[in-house]
Design a protein around this ligand. Structure first.
Ligand code: HEC
Ligand code: HEC
Length: 397
């Protein structure tokens, strides 16, 4: 166990060092860029209030009906480090009412709700939420629960699999019943980043935004050659940020507003994501002896290394794969068929222990299930003990 937890962070550090320049100035510039990217990732809406407030009127819903307990129940997270001591005490001793939407507005005023950006103004002597927007952190950050469940220090890059984006959007008074039914059907941890463009309904898991340094094909279908491609896609077409996205392969051309509030931010945003290493497995979370046996299966009879190769366990930089190479296919509608590449990328496996369920659609609940699906579909002939060993190896990555 010791040896594996030693070399993992070092591999991550080597990747990071590789991304930095060779002189001190370069390193300082890179660090400044990453810090700028962190602020954008956490706090920038790219002007998407136009969608979440002007169109969907979510600020009205939140200020009238979403108390903090309700917010936590749909997976929203609270940044404990943004709470002043008086608020911390008030939550601890119960004098702050977690069943009042006014408390949610107070938390938004403190910028303490991860991924939500509220504008709070005094109207008739009262703090009133007048605009609301979302940031990348909504879906791609969680917290360490150190204060209470859903309240703690930020963990950027960790996919928020508790978050139920569909249930949240379904609260909007501005959508029709049929659309609301689609949103309500997605469930926690999933979102369909193409539904509003092609009308097909097949939500996918919210992906980790860590462990991507050195990977040049982004998303489950490898649509982008760099992270910034997909950041622009999501920022414009899903979040509703101001600016343009254009993709001839899918015929998606979206322009919001007359300003560009995204392009200049993409280099810093990308640098920040590249700086986020996949989290190493917690101590004692896997059996090292079984994992060592599993490694031999991964590289030998399992045939896994044919696609999950290199430091990030993906051949993404070399090739993509036909839909049948995904153990989640065939599915209706096929997610690959809706994408720009119509193929799948071998999923990077560093930190895979952290984000069950698995495959782009979450069809495998555990890593044991993943291996069993490969065993059956690819007739690998692994015994139950070997399936378990291989899963232990995956837990160690
Ligand atoms: C409403 C939820 C949501 C928001 C907001 C969101 N994303 Fe995502 N993100 C997703 C989903 C779902 C996927 C998986 C898409 C796929 O694989 O096709 C994804 C995929 C990604 C990936 C690809 C990871 C990989 O393994 O290649 C990155 C990087 C990413 N998002 C970063 C961002 C950034 C940066 C922002 C802000 C500009 C953002 N996302 C906003 C839901 C969201
Ligand atoms: C022919 C190429 C190929 C081979 C061989 C292969 N994989 Fe994969 N793997 C993929 C692709 C493509 C995906 C993405 C599938 C999806 O999301 O639908 C994937 C996804 C996964 C995932 C899910 C990761 C996540 O983030 O959800 C795991 C775990 C995994 N593979 C493990 C294995 C193991 C273990 C083996 C060997 C038994 C193996 N793979 C063999 C191509 C391959």
């Amino acid at each position: 166990m010791k040896s594996s937890s030693l070399w993992l962070p070092m591999a991550g550090a080597a990747l990071l060092l590789g991304a930095c320049g060779d002189s001190g100035d370069d390193a300082a510039q890179q660090a400044a860029l990453v810090e700028q990217g962190r602020q954008i990732f956490r706090h920038d809406t790219f002007g998407d209030e136009a969608k979440w407030s002007d169109t969907l009127r979510m600020h009205e819903v939140v200020r009238s009906a979403v108390d903090p307990l309700t917010a936590l129940s749909v997976g929203l997270k609270v940044d404990a480090e943004a709470l002043p001591p008086a608020v911390v005490d008030g939550i601890r001793n119960g004098s702050i009412d977690l069943k009042s939407p006014a408390t949610t507005v107070a938390l938004l005023k403190l910028d303490a709700v991860v991924g939500l950006k509220g504008q709070v103004e005094t109207v008739g002597g009262q703090d009133t939420l007048t605009r609301l927007g979302i940031t990348c952190a909504l879906c791609h950050s969680t917290v360490d629960d150190s204060f209470a469940p859903g309240i703690g220090k930020r963990r950027d890059g960790w996919p928020n699999r508790d978050l139920n984006p569909g249930a949240i959007i379904a609260l909007s008074p501005a959508i029709d019943a049929a659309t609301r039914a689609v949103f309500s059907g997605w469930g926690a941890g999933k979102y369909d980043p193409r539904f509003n463009l092609d009308g097909l309904d097949k939500p996918v898991l919210i992906a980790p935004a860590y462990g991507l340094a050195g990977i040049h094909r982004i998303t489950a279908t490898g649509d982008g050659d760099d992270i910034a491609y997909w950041n622009r896609y999501v920022g414009i077409t899903q979040m509703g940020g101001q600016g343009s996205f254009s993709e001839p392969r899918t015929g998606v051309h979206v322009t919001n507003g007359t300003q560009d509030l995204i392009s200049a931010k993409l280099p810093a945003l990308q640098a920040y994501q590249r700086s986020l290493a996949a989290p190493p497995p917690p101590a004692s979370s896997f059996d090292p002896v079984a994992a060592a046996r599993g490694k031999r299966l991964f590289e030998g009879p399992g045939g896994c290394v044919a696609c999950h190769s290199g430091p990030a366990f993906t051949d993404a930089n070399v090739r993509l794969h036909p839909p049948a190479d995904s153990m989640a296919e065939p599915e209706t509608p096929s997610y690959a068929a809706r994408s720009a590449t119509r193929q799948y990328r071998s999923a990077p496996l560093r930190g895979v222990w952290q984000h069950p369920p698995y495959f782009h659609d979450g069809s495998a609940a555990t890593l044991e299930d993943v291996v069993q699906v490969y065993n059956t579909k690819r007739t690998l002939g692994l015994t139950p003990a070997q399936v378990s060993d291989l899963a232990q190896y995956l837990r160690s990555l």
